[in-house]
Design a protein around this ligand. Sequence first.
Ligand SMILES: [Zn+2]
Length: 147
Amino acid sequence: MPGSNYYKPRGIPLSMLEEVILAVDEFEAIRLADLEGLYHERAAEKMNVSRQTFGRIIESAHKKVAETLVKGKALKIEGGEFEMAAMKKFRCNACQHSWELSHGTGRPKNCPACQSDNIHRAEEDRGYARGFGRSQGRCERGAAQKR
Ligand SMILES: [Zn+2]
């Protein structure tokens, strides 16, 4: 997911702000076209949508961002047509094995590599682009075993 999913004008309580919801595909469209500077054809390919659909998504995204800035609204990024691989990362203190679980699967009790219960939650994985389009439950065990 995006590093932060909420933007609001400073000094105004959220309860007093109108909220604009930016879908995650709209966020991705902005990232690809505006930040990375990809042509719409290429960005559409990356998102597995048609050029027409991409045009519609980015137009909507621009309008929402403009509305947020011009009218001083809050912007929330969520949902969309894509299922995001939102991962929680854990690390084992005993063997340094690290692995990721998709959100909603609950906290693991043991390290899957050495069964130690001496594990901790690693820092939030902010790899939005990396997670995009990937399947859930990626495991880093292979990397750990090579040592
Ligand atoms: Zn372990």
